[in-house]
Structures are given as C-alpha cells and as structure tokens.
Design a binder for this molecule. Sequence first.
Ligand SMILES: [Cu+2]
Length: 430
Amino acid sequence: MTDESRSDAARRTAGSGLGRRAVMLGGAGAVGSVFLGTRLSFGQQAARPTVVQAAATGPAKSVHLAGTDGWVSMPAGSPDDLPFFPDSLAPSPFDTYVFGFRDVTGMSATQVAATRGKAQISAPMLAFDELDEVTITLSNLGLVMRPDLFDGHTLHWHGFVNAIPLFDGVPELSLAVPIGRDLSYFYRPRDAGTYMYHCHFEDVEHVQMGMTGMVFVRPKQNKTPLAGHPIGTKYAYNDGDGSTRYDREFAFMITELWSAAHYRDAHIQVSDWTDYAPSFWLLNGRGYPDTIAPGGNPTSAAAGRLQYQPISSLITCNVNETVLLRMSNLGYQNHALTLDNVDMQVIAKDASLLRGRDGYTNYLETNTVDVGPGESRDVLVTPHQPGEYLLYDRNYAYLGNGGGPGWGGMMTVLRVGAPGTYGPQTQPNT
Ligand SMILES: [Cu+2]
C-alpha cells in the first residue's frame, strides 16, 4: 500500500473526508499562520538595538534570539572520560556538545542563518527596565548534529508572573517554535529583580544541554534616585531607602554539565536522567579557571576555545565600592556559594526584597548563600581591603573539572583594587 492509498483509506475511515492525523496537521497549520508569521522571515525585520546589555530609549525593547546546537570547551587539563569526554565528534578546539541560544538582534537573514550550529552557553544575558515593553523573537535554526530530531524550542521566563500561556513557553500548555520558524514573545515586567530564562521544550534535556540564561529587571527607582543620590545611581530594588544601591553588578548562571548526556545527544543515544551525575560545575557556562578569563564575543574566532562561552565571571571593583551579585541556579543540584573574608548581605530571594509588610528589613548577613535549583539570590558585598577573594561552592566535590586534580568547577575571584583602579562599569560582568 502506498502512502497515498493509505491516506485515502484514512479519509474513508474518518468519513468526514479528513483522517485524524490530517485534521491535526491542519490545526497546527492554522495556528502557525496566525502566530508564527512566515517561514524564516528574518530578512524583513529592521535592524534592532542590542538590548542584551544596554537599553534603547523609551520602553519598547526588542531582542532576537536564535536556538540551535553547537560545541564548547571545558577547562584545559580535564581528564579524559572516554567515550563521553572529550567527544570524538567535537571539532577542534572544542570537546562538548551543547544546545543553546545566540543573540542575533539586528542581524541580517544570512547572518542569522550562519549562527546555526554555533550555540553559546550560558545564554545571552538580558537586562530590562521595569515596565519595558519587551519583544523577544525566537528563531529555531534546528540542530546540525541531529537532523533526525524535530525538537522545538521555547522561551520560558522563569519566576515571572505571566498571565498569557502563549508567551510562557511551556509547550504542553501552548506552543513551541518548530524548526525554521520564529515566534515573538511579548512581556511587560512589573517587578524588579533577578530572574532566569530557559527553553521549556523537553526541558530536562534542553536545560541540561545549555539553553539557560540570566534575565534581570532594573527598578523604576533608577530613574528617580532618592534625595541626596546623584542621577545615575543604581539600585537593585525599589527599596525606598537606598539600601540596595550598588556601584557594579555581576550575574552568575549556576549550572552543572553531565558529559555523558551531552555525548549521547551528539551520538544519537538517549539518557536516563535518573542517572544524573554531573562532570563539570559551571558559572556562566565556564568552569574555573575559565571563569576568570576575560569576556568574549561569540562572533570572534579570535576568542578561541571560549568563543561560545563569552560571559566572564571575574568580579572586579575598587575598594569600598558596593557590588551586586545576581545569582540564579538552573542546575539540578543545590549550591552554597561562600565568599572568603568579605561579608555578604543577601537582600533578596527569588526576585523578592527581604522586607516584611511592616517595612522591617530582613537582609541576611552571611558568608554563604544557598541557591536551590530554579531559585535566585541578590547579594551585596562592600570589600574594604584590596586583594583577591575566592567565591566558590563550599561543597568541595563541586570544585573539580571532570574528576581531575586541583581547583576547578564552581569558583571565581573577587578582585579588589585600590581606589581608581577600575573605571565606571558600563556593562554587567565587566
Ligand atoms: Cu530547546
């Protein structure tokens, strides 16, 4: 029986002239024509300002992200764990297969298409102002290594109040972006704070594979500083008293990477996720000492093996400046980050200022901050002595790279200079 005659039989069986499968396909097509726009229509979009770090003037902010697969590099010296690590399919100088997002805001259709197979981890860092009118267009470029898969991608704003399931990115409840299509997600953030975003399609797999990133919302108090504070003063929240003011900000996407699962995705095998046993512990997609290497640019081959892990976790400030540390955990393990010799003040958990309805402040002075999976923390530090201080996971099992010797994993450095050492910060994590 040919496909055509089988289809004819299905139509006769259905009686209505359409088989069940044909009806479903027709339904999907109708949804697509309403919400997804035309196929690969990137070239029709005007050039857009990059909102990843900076802000356009006015409340309308547009970002264009692409979802695809690619290759990244774990720290040099990590021991072999064959066949999983290094992956035999990895092109030099890379060793680990990932899925991820790329910022393609303002790129031409040709440039967007050229990012296929060049995913980055951690995902582009997104910053918005409270009450911005945010449009994020997500284009699914497909998976170079897995043409057998027809996985969609989505954008899920984790921790946000989102009244519209269509834009919440949970495919079982609304829709995902199929390969070769794009979807614009609209959002208007109302509450300042530190959040995270991730793909929600086959989410255990896609999150582990690298489709996770930081997103934070700056408070309206920034636009009308408190009495006595100069224009341009930055706050983490609408605190009303200046207690969340900071000079510099650094954000950390906390994840783990299980080499075996990444290998299996590249080699057309499946993982039993109950076997989860991470090999690498990462800040912004890098393990120490890569965490303290300078930030890069995924469009620059000169960045070498960290080309597709462009976000540095090195923290720098001048003595007596206040630094805001934004931490979000999209790994599957609990993490407890310790900072040696400098007190930390936890001012918010899960994008909520630690203040009761009576106005009483519950900020927490500590040397260790717990961050569970799916949680975020905002922490202020004000070092009073120049020097280098380690920020690290106090579970020493998470301070290695693939079981190798020496320090590695979830660790970075707070570097404090004498007054004037570092000029004004223009972007987070710089
Ligand atoms: Cu995805």
